[in-house]
Design a protein around this ligand. Structure first.
Ligand SMILES: *Cc1c(COP(=O)(O)O)cnc(C)c1O
Length: 450
C-alpha cells in the first residue's frame, strides 16, 4: 500500500475555495480520530476545532470528512502567506531532496545565512544587525533574554500585563496569564517583573501617561542598574490584541536607550506583513534593539529568530547560542521562499485590504450591538472584545458561545484575551474577499443568535 493517500485532496491554492459542510462538525471520520487522539495524546494538549485536517490552502481547511472550513485563524498567525504556498512547497521539496540536516553548529549551510541576511534587511532600523535562528517563538524569546543579559551584565527582565511569550519555564514566567499557560507548572524563573500596559479601552490613559506609569514602577521596584531588558509585544496577541495608545512604545524605547536597558520587541505574532507592514514596530515608530520572530516566518515550518544590533547579538562567546535543530535547512528554505513572497507579492498591502474589510464589518456589528465593546487591531490582525454593555465587564461566556457557533457552521475563529472575551481574526493573506465576507456573515449571525 502506498503511504500517499490519494483520496486526500491536494492542498494549497488548488483547493476549491468554498465553505462546504457535508457532515455535522465533527463528522464521523474526525470523531474517530478525536477518539484516537484522546486515547494516545496527553490530555494537556487541547484543540479548538474538533476536526482533523487533511488539506488546507487559500482560505480553507478541508477535514477528514470532506468538510471545507473557512480559515480565519491561520493556525495562530502562522500560515500568513497561505497554507501550502506553492513557492514554499517547492523550496521544501527541493531542500529535502538535497539534505535534511547537518546541524548548523557542525557544518553550516547557505540557507541559514540567507535567512539571517534577509532578517537583518527587513527588520526595522538601518543599523548593523545580526541574527540567530531557533525552532519556536519561546526559544527565540529565551535566547533574546540570554543575549540581553550577557550584553548588559544585568539580570532583571520586565514583561507586561497581558503579555504572552511562550510555555517554556522562562517564557511562562514572562507570560501574564495563569490559566491555562502557567497554573500548576511553577516554580518559575526568577528576576522577572511585570509592569502595567497601555490598554486604551480599559485604562483611559494616553500613551505617554501609561508609559510614565510603567517607567515609574520599573524605577521604584527594580532600578535601571539591575535591569537587562524589557520585552513587549507591540500588540498583545494572546492577551487580547491590545493596541497600545500612541506614544506608549516610543516612550519606553527612549527610556531604555537612556538607561542602558535592551528593548526587545516580541513580534512573533505581529511579524511578517500581518499588521500591514513587515513589522508592527514600524507603525508605532520604534526601532527595537532586539526583535524576536517565529510564527509567520516560514509558511508553516518551525523556525524562529532573534535579530538585532550587531554589538548586542555578538556579546555571547562562541558556542553560547544554538541548538541541534535551530535553523534547520528545510525550515530555512521555506523561510527564504516565504520572505520572498512577503517582500515581492504585495502581501503587506493585502493585509491592509483585509484589515479594512474586517474593521468595517466588525465596527458595523459594534454600532448595532453594544455587547461588542471594542474593535481594534492593525492590518489583518483585528479583534472584537465582548462585554456587558453597561458595566464593560468581560463576557467570556458570550465569546465562547459565538466562537463555538461559528466553528459548528464551518468558520474557524480563535478566541484570546486575559479575560477570554476576545475573538481574534487572523486570516491567511491568501483568502479571497468573498470567503472572508462569508466568514464574517457567519460571525454576525452567530452573535445575533446569542
Ligand atoms: C506564539 C507566541 C510565542 C511563542 O511561540 P511558540 O512558537 O509557540 O513557542 C511567543 N511570543 C508571542 C508574541 C507569541 O504570539
Amino acid at each position: 500500500m502506498s503511504i500517499v493517500d490519494t483520496t486526500v485532496p491536494v492542498g494549497g491554492p488548488t483547493l476549491t475555495q468554498e465553505r462546504r459542510l457535508v457532515t455535522a462538525i465533527p463528522g464521523p471520520r474526525s470523531q474517530e480520530l478525536l477518539d484516537r487522539k484522546a486515547a494516545a495524546v496527553a490530555a494537556g494538549v487541547g484543540h479548538t476545532v474538533p476536526v482533523h485536517a487533511v488539506a488546507a490552502g487559500g482560505g480553507v481547511i478541508v477535514d477528514a470528512d470532506g468538510n471545507s472550513l473557512i480559515d480565519l485563524g491561520s493556525g495562530i498567525a502562522v500560515t500568513t502567506v497561505g497554507n501550502a504556498h506553492p513557492k514554499v512547497v517547492a523550496a521544501i521539496q527541493a531542500q529535502a531532496a538535497q539534505f535534511t540536516h547537518t546541524c548548523f553548529m557542525v557544518s553550516p549551510y547557505e540557507s541559514y545565512v540567507e535567512v539571517a541576511e534577509a532578517l537583518n534587511r527587513v527588520t526595522p532600523g538601518d543599523h548593523a544587525k545580526k541574527s540567530a535562528l531557533f525552532n519556536s517563538g519561546a526559544e527565540a524569546v529565551e535566547n533574546a533574554v540570554k543575549i540581553a543579559r550577557k550584553y548588559t551584565g544585568k539580570q532583571a527582565v520586565v514583561a507586561f500585563d497581558h503579555g504572552y511569550h511562550g510555555r517554556t519555564n522562562l517564557t511562562m514566567a514572562l507570560t501574564a496569564k495563569s490559566m491555562p499557560y502557567k497554573s500548576g507548572f511553577g516554580p518559575f524563573a526568577p528576576e522577572i517583573y511585570r509592569a502595567p500596559l497601555s490598554y486604551p479601552f480599559r485604562d483611559g490613559l494616553t500613551g505617554p501617561e501609561a508609559a510614565q506609569r510603567a517607567i515609574s514602577m520599573i524605577e521604584k521596584q527594580i532600578g535601571a542598574d539591575n535591569l537587562a531588558a524589557i520585552i513587549i509585544e507591540p500588540i498583545q496577541g494572546e492577551g487580547g490584541f491590545i493596541v497600545p495608545a500612541d506614544g506608549f512604545l516610543p516612550a519606553l524605547v527612549d527610556w531604555c536607550t537612556a538607561n542602558g536597558v535592551v528593548f526587545i520587541a516580541d513580534e512573533v505574532q505581529t511579524g511578517f506583513a500581518r499588521t500591514g507592514t513587515m513589522f508592527a514596530s514600524e507603525q508605532f515608530g520604534i526601532v527595537p534593539d532586539l526583535i524576536t520572530t517565529a510564527k509567520g516566518i516560514a509558511g508553516g515550518m518551525p523556525l524562529a529568530a532573534v535579530t538585532g544590533r550587531a554589538e548586542i547579538m555578538d556579546a555571547s562567546h562562541s558556542g553560547g547560542l544554538g541548538g541541534t535543530y535551530g535553523g534547520n535547512p528545510v525550515a530555512c528554505a521555506a523561510a527564504v521562499a516565504a520572505i520572498d513572497a512577503f517582500e515581492n507579492d504585495g502581501l503587506a498591502g493585502r493585509a491592509q485590504e483585509i484589515g479594512a474589510i474586517l474593521t468595517a464589518r466588525l465596527s458595523a456589528l459594534q454600532a448595532a450591538d453594544p455587547r461588542v465593546g471594542d474593535v481594534r487591531g492593525l492590518g489583518a490582525m483585528v479583534a472584537a472584545e465582548f462585554v456587558d454593555p453597561i458595566t464593560k465587564e468581560p463576557d467570556a461566556a458570550l465569546t465562547a458561545a459565538v466562537a463555538k457557533a461559528c466553528i459548528a457552521e464551518g468558520v474557524v475563529v480563535l478566541t484570546c484575551g486575559t479575560y477570554g472575551n476576545v475573538i481574534r481574526f487572523l486570516p491567511p493573506l491568501s483568502i479571497g474577499d468573498d470567503l472572508l465576507g462569508e466568514g464574517l456573515d457567519i460571525v454576525a449571525a452567530a452573535l445575533a443568535a446569542h
